[in-house]
Ligand binder design. Structure first.
Ligand code: AMP
Length: 190
C-alpha cells in the first residue's frame, strides 16, 4: 500500500492533482475538506460544527477531524494506496495518522508538497471563488486567514516529514499536466 500526503497551502492545487493521481494510480482520494463540505450539505451535526470554523478560515478541532479521518480510512480496507488531501494539518493529526498507519501495518510513504507563492494563492482562490460556490473562497479576508492559519499550524509539518526523510517539494506553478508529471516523477521513485 502506498500512502501519500499531498501537501501545500490553500489554493496550491492539491484537490485538482489528487483527482488526476487517483485515476492514474487507482488510489483512493481522501479530502477532509470535501468530507466536511459533504456534511454541511447534508445538514449533519458534524457539518454544523465544521462550518462554524471553516467560514472563518480556521481549522476544525483536531479530535473531530481525526475521528472523521479514521472513519474514512476504515471505509477503504482494500485500497492499493491513499492520497491524503488536506490532512494532516497539525502535528497532532500527523501523529494520529502515523498511529493509524501502524495499526494497519502500513505507513505514510511520502509528503509531496506543492509550492506556490502566497500572492498567487490569493489570486487563484479569488478566481476559484467565482465558480466554486465555496463561501471560504468568496472573501479575500477569509482567504488570507486560511493562508495565515496554514503558516501558524500546518507549515511545520514539513519538518515533521523531513526528519523522517519523507518530504518532497514540487513546483506548483504550471499547467495541470506539467504538475502531474512533476508529482509522478516523485511518486515513481517511492
Ligand atoms: P480544504 O478543502 O482542504 O481547503 O479545507 C477547507 C476547510 O476545511 C479548512 O479551511 C478547514 O476549516 C477545514 N479543514 C479541512 N481539512 C482540515 C484538517 N485536516 N484539519 C482541520 N480543519 C480542516
Amino acid at each position: 500500500m502506498t500512502n501519500i500526503v499531498l501537501f501545500g497551502p490553500p489554493g496550491a492545487g492539491k484537490g485538482t492533482q489528487a483527482e488526476v493521481l487517483k485515476e492514474k494510480y487507482q488510489w483512493v482520494h481522501i479530502s477532509t475538506g470535501d468530507v466536511f463540505r459533504y456534511n454541511i450539505k447534508n445538514n449533519t451535526e458534524l457539518g454544523a460544527l465544521a462550518k462554524s470554523y471553516m467560514d472563518k478560515g480556521h481549522l476544525v478541532p483536531d479530535t473531530v477531524t481525526i475521528d472523521m479521518l479514521k472513519a474514512e480510512v476504515e471505509k477503504n480496507p482494500d485500497a492499493k494506496g491513499i492520497i491524503f488531501d488536506g490532512f494532516p494539518r497539525t502535528e497532532a493529526q500527523a501523529e494520529a495518522l502515523s498511529e493509524l498507519m501502524d495499526r494497519m501495518n502500513s505507513q505514510v510513504n511520502a509528503m509531496v508538497a506543492l509550492e506556490v507563492d502566497d500572492e498567487v494563492l490569493v489570486q487563484r482562490l479569488l478566481e476559484r471563488g467565482k465558480s466554486s460556490g465555496r463561501p471560504d473562497d468568496a472573501n479575500e479576508e477569509v482567504i488570507r486567514e486560511r493562508i495565515a492559519e496554514y503558516y501558524r499550524k500546518t507549515d511545520i509539518l514539513k519538518n515533521y516529514y523531513q526528519q523522517q526523510d519523507k518530504y518532497y517539494g514540487v513546483d506548483g506553478v504550471g499547467s495541470i499536466k506539467e504538475i502531474t508529471e512533476r508529482l509522478s516523477a516523485v511518486i515513481e521513485t517511492l
